[in-house]
Design a protein around this ligand. Structure first.
Ligand code: HEM
Length: 143
């Protein structure tokens, strides 16, 4: 399913607000991913400390969120925009693409929790669609 112009507007509107609280959003989404779905920790076993708010988690939250916000600007052509990141996750990091969906779930939980007034059903469906497309584009190089 692709996003209509209205859906893109809904999604970009929410992420416009996220831009002001990037670190908090990324911290919550990443920490929940590591804590609730502990299997994801295996990819970060080279980090010294995986606990909430540890230095590596704090550093990485900025990296991932930078990636998501960068992608919002490339919403019209996600495959091209995510080519390098897809290659990195597929060939170098060897992340099982199922975890992109798990991360997306945690991102939705976080957005609903932190932006309750903005997270209307319409914004929910648009953001869910956008994140699903992002996960698909990140998985592009796995085939
Ligand atoms: C929305 C989904 C995701 C985005 C936008 C994203 C983005 C990024 C970015 C921008 C980097 C840094 C790349 C670089 O250094 O050039 C990165 C690294 C990494 N990502 Fe992802 N990522 C996502 C999901 C995931 C998931 C679900 C996992 C595993 C459960 C994962 C595992 C990793 C690992 C292990 C690294 C290297 C970290 C390090 O050694 O410092 N990513 N990711």
């Amino acid at each position: 399913m692709s996003l209509s112009a209205k859906g893109q507007g809904n999604c970009q509107g929410l992420f416009g607000k996220v831009a002001g609280r990037t670190e908090d959003v990324a911290n919550e989404a990443l920490s929940r991913t590591l804590l609730v779905y502990t299997q994801t920790k295996r990819y970060f076993s080279h980090w010294k400390d995986l606990s909430l708010g540890s230095a590596p988690v704090r550093k990485h939250r900025g990296t991932v969120m930078g990636g998501v916000l960068d992608v919002i600007g490339k919403i019209d052509d996600l495959n091209a925009g995510l080519l390098t990141l897809s290659e990195l996750h597929a060939f170098m990091l060897r992340v099982d693409p199922v975890y992109f969906k798990i991360f997306n779930h945690n991102m939705l939980v976080t957005l609903a929790m932190m932006f309750p007034d903005d997270f209307t059903p319409e914004v929910h469906v648009a953001t869910d669609t956008f994140l699903a497309q992002l996960a698909l584009a990140l998985s592009e190089k796995y085939g």
